[in-house]
Design a protein around this ligand. Structure first.
Ligand SMILES: Cc1cc2nc3c(=O)[nH]c(=O)nc-3n(C[C@H](O)[C@H](O)[C@H](O)COP(=O)(O)OP(=O)(O)OC[C@H]3O[C@@H](n4cnc5c(N)ncnc54)[C@H](O)[C@@H]3O)c2cc1C
Length: 313
């Protein structure tokens, strides 16, 4: 079945990238759509005044053999490098690097917000905010954060009801450039308001300078979710200075709000797939708040789709 047909992967974070890579390796033609300007999702690197900041995931760790093997492969090819000990790895030159690597040579549409998936006969089409409609696709794999999966399915008149069980904590992330040197590479107080302070510029392959990323705790981020970026930045600069023990006088300070940052309740299932409709969903919300969890979930969804549709001839 499904000769010469394509599969749509919605979302170009690590989960979507793994789904796309595995399906492409089985000779399916894959089309990836993401609303972002680039790929990576929460494995994000942002340029401010020409300076890069990893303002989403700070590092990756492997707990299981599959992701450990993937990290080994990336390390051999210089896509990741160790940082700050204790089994932590980072993308080089930024946290998006592993996702870019998986998506090499695949068709990725950026700035492509998916508003609906449309069933026409036995096939799927993907409707974008621009009004463009792409298809036909034999199956659709949705890899957004769970609330956004649920919203897309609802707008489309379909459901994967279990998705609604997953919950997320938000995170205010602050990017700081400084003139003064900083000694601490990574501290994780996890005490309101500071969850983590990372010396971003100490990561391998980054340009010189002193750049910090400060993440607020889930609790503090939730309490201050709707406040203006400027007051968030001021509060976190003060609190980070208190933690480090010196008043911070940043030359650049930009706060970013992640509404769906870290999974609080995961489904504890590898992925979701409706065999009748051929809609699947994967992401960190299946296993937990980690890059590895999203990777494993994406790999599981690809395996399920291939078990259902088979490799393309
Ligand atoms: C501040 C922060 C710090 C973190 N720190 C760590 C850490 O140190 N270590 C760790 O292991 N994990 C960390 N995490 C968690 C980790 O980043 C995530 O678990 C993982 O990256 C999730 O990958 P994903 O593919 O499931 O989702 P995402 O990366 O969120 O990818 C989903 C993609 O879907 C796209 N999308 C959503 N809606 C639409 C739409 N309608 N149309 C088109 N595209 C859409 C998004 O643009 C996004 O690119 C952190 C996360 C945050 C936010």
């Amino acid at each position: 079945m499904s000769e010469h047909r394509n599969i749509a992967v919605l979302g170009a974070g690590i989960a979507g990238a793994v789904v796309a890579r595995r399906l492409a390796d089985a000779r399916w033609t894959v089309r990836v759509f993401d609303k972002g300007r680039g790929v990576g999702g929460r494995m994000a690197t942002r340029q401010i005044d020409g300076m890069p900041f990893d303002h989403g995931a700070q590092f990756m760790r492997a707990h299981g053999p599959a992701f450990a093997a993937q990290l080994d492969d990336w390390a051999r090819r210089g896509v990741v490098a160790p940082w700050s000990g204790a089994g932590r790895w980072v993308g080089v030159p930024g946290m998006t690097a592993p996702v870019r690597d998986l998506l090499t040579d695949l068709a990725v549409a950026s700035d492509a917000t998916v508003t609906r998936i449309l069933r026409r006969g036995d096939d799927w089409h993907v409707e974008l905010a621009s009004g463009a409609v792409h298809g036909p696709f034999a199956a659709v794999a949705i890899t957004f954060p769970a609330p956004q999966v649920a919203a897309l399915l609802q707008a489309s008149g379909f459901a994967l009801p279990e998705v609604a069980r997953a919950t997320y904590a938000p995170c205010w992330s602050l990017m700081l450039a400084l003139d003064e040197p900083q000694a601490e590479i990574l501290i994780e107080p996890r005490e309101d308001p500071i969850g983590l302070i990372a010396l971003d510029s100490s990561k391998p392959g980054r340009p010189e300078g002193v750049r910090l990323t400060v993440h607020a705790t889930p609790n503090w981020s939730r309490l201050h979710l709707e406040e203006p970026r400027e007051s968030i930045a001021a509060a976190l600069i003060r609190a980070a200075g208190d933690r480090i023990g010196t008043a911070l006088r940043p030359t650049t300070a930009v706060a970013h709000r992640w509404r769906y940052a870290q999974v609080e309740t995961a489904l504890e299932v590898p992925s979701l797939y409706d065999r009748t409709l051929r809609i699947g969903a994967a992401g960190d919300w299946c296993f937990g708040a980690r890059v590895e969890a999203a990777y494993d979930s994406g790999a599981a969804l690809a395996e399920t789709i291939l078990a259902d549709l088979g490799p393309q001839a």
